[in-house]
Write a protein that binds this ligand. Structure first.
Ligand code: DGL
Length: 266
């Protein structure tokens, strides 16, 4: 099979990476996708760097079995902790979600005051903060871990007063620091946009790491002549998990914004 006709591989700790799949389908509708959600070992967001790196290496190995031409690390926690190790180990091009989001934030921030929210491991790694210093040295960053957002999004409490209370408690201090731009640095947060918006105020610009990663993937595949041709027929999506395929199928619908027909367990 020609290189460009091979699928894109995407992995995440579980279900959240479907927000990245959703954006990829929007930006690159002709591409085949193989998705792996490591549902048996989630969440990654409160695990050590060593564990997240080990799991991420295994996930890439699995995706390579499907002959993928390009890999997207949809998980912000894996992107923060494991990207250098993955790139050292494998030859396939691997894109993480951190850099595209930071580039966008630095481009649009009016006064260089950028907030970052993510899992404990993402924020603790300082990966976003380091990228901001590199790409936008004049900018100031303000980071806050929001670990309760993941279960709230999975529970479907996306428009709920409990979620709003939690959001206000996490984001109040950031709001008082007068941030003007906020990076949603976790797969699950696009689902909570409404509540996060209420907590930080209407004038703050949001950067969705899933959307920016999809745009960057499109740019890279175009540059490298790796885009699949439309004439090659319906692209086809395959979803794999390490546990509870049925739960993934049901909950995944909200994250993907589409019905998932079939999920396979590996
Ligand atoms: N996918 C993770 C992330 O984007 C959130 C869920 C988890 O902690 O595993 O950081």
């Amino acid at each position: 099979m020609a290189q460009r006709d091979r699928p894109i591989g995407i992995f995440d700790s579980g279900i959240g990476g479907l927000t990245v799949v959703r954006e990829i389908i929007k930006e690159l509708p002709d591409e085949k996708i193989v998705y792996f959600g490591d549902t048996a070992r989630l969440p990654y967001g409160n695990k050590s760097a060593r564990t997240v790196i080990k799991f991420s290496l295994e996930n890439v190995k699995l995706l390579l079995k499907f002959g993928v031409k390009f890999i997207i690390v949809a998980c912000n926690t894996s992107s923060s902790l494991a990207l250098p190790a993955l790139r050292r180990r494998f030859k396939v091009p691997i894109l993480g979600v951190i850099r595209p989001a930071v580039e966008k934030a630095v481009r649009i921030t009016p006064a260089g005051r950028i907030g970052i929210i993510g899992t404990r491991a993402t924020i603790g790694s300082s990966c976003y903060q380091r990228e901001i210093r590199k790409i936008g040295p004049g900018c100031k960053s303000f980071a806050q871990a929001c670990p309760l957002f993941v279960p709230l999004a999975e529970e479907g409490w996306t428009n709920d007063e409990v979620t709003l209370k939690v959001a206000r408690r996490y984001l109040g201090p950031m709001r008082r620091k007068n941030i003007d731009t906020l990076i949603l640095g976790c797969t699950h947060y696009p689902l909570l946009k409404k509540m996060i918006r209420k907590a930080v105020g209407a004038r703050i610009k949001f950067v969705d790491s899933a959307k920016e990663a999809a745009l960057e993937a499109k740019r890279m595949l175009t540059r490298d002549g790796l885009r699949r041709r439309r004439a090659s027929g319906f692209p086809g999506y395959r979803f794999f998990v390490s546990d509870e395929p049925e739960r993934f199928r049901k909950t995944g619908r909200r994250f993907l914004d589409k019905k998932i027909e079939f999920v396979e367990k590996v």
